[in-house]
Design a protein around this ligand. Sequence first.
Ligand code: BG6
Length: 522
Amino acid sequence: MTQTIAGTNGSSGGDVNPLRAGVTSSRITDPCNVIFFGASGDLVKRMLMPAMYNLRLGDVLPANYGIVGFARSEYDSEQFRDEMHKSIDEFSRTGPAKDPLWSDFAKRLSYVSGSFEDKAAYAELRKQLEANDAELGTAANRLFYLSTPPSVFGLIIDMLDEAGLGPNNNKTGWTRVIVEKPFGTDLDSARALQAEVSKVFDEKAIYRIDHYLGKEPVQDIMALRFANVIFEPLWNRRYVDSVQITAAETVGVEDRGGYYDNAGALRDMIQNHVMNLLALVAMEPPVSPTADNIRDEKFKVLSALRPMDRNRIMQDSARGQYDPGSIGGKPVPGYREEPNVNPQSNTETYAAVKLFIDNWRWADVPFYLRSGKRLQRKNSEIAIRFKGIPHRLFGETGDSIDSNVLVMKIQPEEGVSLRFSAKVPGPKMHIRSVSMDFNYGTGFGVVSAPAYERLIGDAMRGDATLFTRWDAVQQAWEQVMPILERWQNSYDDSFPNYSAGSQGPSSSDRLLAADGREWRKI
Ligand code: BG6
C-alpha cells in the first residue's frame, strides 16, 4: 500500500487510500512568522525545525511565512541555515533536506543572536520581523515559540513587550506565544509564571504545549468516544470496573539528569501528559468541538478529582527508582549512576497513583495512572476494563471468563483493541479471550506526523484545542501537590527499587493488589 504523509491531501500521490479520499487540504491560510527562542537548543534541532520543514513539505505552511531563530550562539543567518540544514538531514522523518524545497525554505530562515536580557537583540528581532513582513508578506502575524527553560519565560515576555513586540503593540496582525512544558515546578511556581505570562498575553494567545495531545491516537480518543454510538452507553460506573493509564518508557534520563533529578516522574509525566489523557477519557461530551468547549469539559473532570487523602498517600501511590539492569539485551546503568544525578538521589523515575473522579459518571471507579523510565517496553495506552459478566452460563471447568478490555494504544503501536470472550472451536463450550485490533497505520495507510508538526500548525491556525488551558494546568498541579510534598519530604530507603528493564517496583503492584486487581503487562 502506498504510504502518504499525514497532513498531506488525501488525493496527492499515486494510489489513493479510499479511507483518506476527500480529506481536504490542511494548508494554513494566515501568513505568519514563527520565532524560536532557544534556537540553538536540542529541541529546535531535533524536533521543531524538522517539524517546520515537514509542514512545508506537506504543503501545510501558508504561502507566506518566515522563521526566525533567536539564541545566544553567535551565528549569523547563513550559519544558522547551515546548522538547520544539518539538523533536518539528521532528524527529519522524511530524510535529508532536498532542493528546490530546501533553498526556498532556507530563504525564509533568519537568525538573531543575543542573550535573553539583551535589549539590542530584541530591537534587532523587531527589525527582522518588519523586514519579513515587507519582503515575505508575513502580515505582522507572529508566533513566538519559547523553547527555553521556564525560568526565562517571564523575562523573554517582558523584553518582547518592551521592544514593542507584545500583542498590545501589534495593531495589524496577531501575536501568540507557545510555551514549552514544564509550566511551573509546583503549584506556587506555576501560579507565579502564569501571573508573568498573563501580564502581556491574553489566555487566548497562550499556547501551553503538551506534546502528548498532538499524538494522533490521543486525538482519536475523542473520535472513538463521540463519533460512535456503541461505547458511550458503557462509558460509566455501571459497566466500567477500572481504568489504567500507562506511559512506560525504555529510555533513561539520557543527558537530562540535571533537569530530571529536580523533577521526577510525577512532575515530568503524570502532572501533564497522563493527566491530559485522563481528562480526555473521562470528560463529558463537549457541547461543540471548539477549543473552549472541549477544554471546559477537561477542566470539569480535573476539578472533580477527589483530593488525595494526605493520610493515605503511601497506600494510594507508589514510587520507584531504577537500578542497573538490561534493556533489549544491553546493560544499562542505574539512575544514581547517570550523569548529573545525585548518587543518593531521592527522585522517583517511576510514579503510580490511584485517583477517583467524584461525579455521577465515575463515582467509585478507580483510575490507576503510572509512568516510568527504563521499563521493559515502551508502551503508552489507556485500558478500560469493564465489569465481569453478571451470571456465568458457558465455559468448561477451568475456563476463566475475563472481563472485556478496550485498549486505546498510543505508542509505539497506534490503534484500538477490544478483548472479548469467544468459543474455542470444537464440540465443547470452551471459552477464551480473543482480541479485535485496529491499527492506524494499516487502516489509513499513513504514517502519523510527529506531535510537534500538528501542534505548531494548530498554533499558526489559532486552534488551541490541543493546548492546555491555565485552569487545567492549575487543577492538575493541585491534584499532585500532596503526593509531591510527601515524596519530597520523606527519603525512600528502598530506592533503587526496580531493575532497569523490569515492570517497575513491587510497591506499584501492591497498589493494585490491595484492590484485588493487577496492572496490565507493560
Ligand atoms: C517529555 C518528558 O515531556 O516526554 C520526557 O520530559 C519523556 O522525560 C517524554 O521522555 C516522552 O515523550 P514521548 O513522546 O517520547 O513519549
